[in-house]
Design a protein around this ligand. Structure first.
Ligand code: COA
Length: 171
């Protein structure tokens, strides 16, 4: 029913409009956006889903961040158009993009969101991983893309240093 594809440059503003529709006004004031400013989303992990009429039904992007000096994916924004919510599209976009992240060599993923939704994808509260206030610590969630990837990883979530690759950071 939906066609999932890599987001292209031509999709950018349509995806932004979908996020504006799905999130509360002022979404870009959230601290997670300060971790994204001036940094490109992770290549190969931004997806769009279109219905048979080519109308954008959902989208997901991921950004690179560092936690305790270790690379991590910051999942989001992810949004599904209100007319298509509850049809499994959010799950499809999350699972497909995280499978790609694992293939690309990413080991851990985090987000700021509702545990009751994200627990089904293996996310749980990240103890000791901090986002700038006023983020509720109970909404800072993480999942392993390889077993034990979050063990011993804690500290503030920091911006990705531009021009460095995950391999350089983990080495
Ligand atoms: C969150 C969102 C991406 C989920 O996409 P979706 O395609 O509707 O989700 P799915 O179809 O995969 O899953 C639907 C299930 O998730 C539940 N769910 C959706 N959002 C939830 C939330 N915030 N908390 C708890 N459960 C939630 C639904 O109640 C439904 O439950 P059911 O399976 O028991 O019926 C979508 O609702 C959305 O765009 N919301 C607005 C933007 C947003 O909040 N994005 C996430 C930011 S953290």
């Amino acid at each position: 029913m939906f066609r999932v594809q890599d987001e292209t440059q031509a999709d950018w503003w349509e995806v932004e409009a979908l996020y504006d529709l799905c999130f509360a006004p002022g979404r870009e004031a959230l601290s997670s956006y300060r971790l994204r400013d001036g940094i490109d989303p992770v290549a190969g992990m931004s997806l769009t889903a279109r219905d048979p009429q080519e109308i954008l039904a959902g989208a997901i992007r991921h950004w690179p961040v560092r936690v305790g000096g270790r690379p991590a994916l910051l999942l989001g924004p992810v949004a599904v158009h209100p007319t298509h919510q509850g049809e499994g599209l959010g799950a499809l976009l999350i699972q497909e993009s995280l499978a790609r992240g694992a293939e690309l060599g990413w080991e851990r993923v985090m987000l700021v969101g509702d545990r009751p939704y994200y627990a089904r994808f293996g996310f749980d509260v990240l103890v000791g991983v901090t986002m700038p206030p006023p983020t509720n610590p109970q909404r800072v969630l993480g999942a392993d893309l390889v077993p034990g990837a979050w063990e011993g990883v804690s500290g503030p979530v920091e911006r990705w240093p531009v021009h460095r690759t995950p391999v350089e950071l983990d080495g």
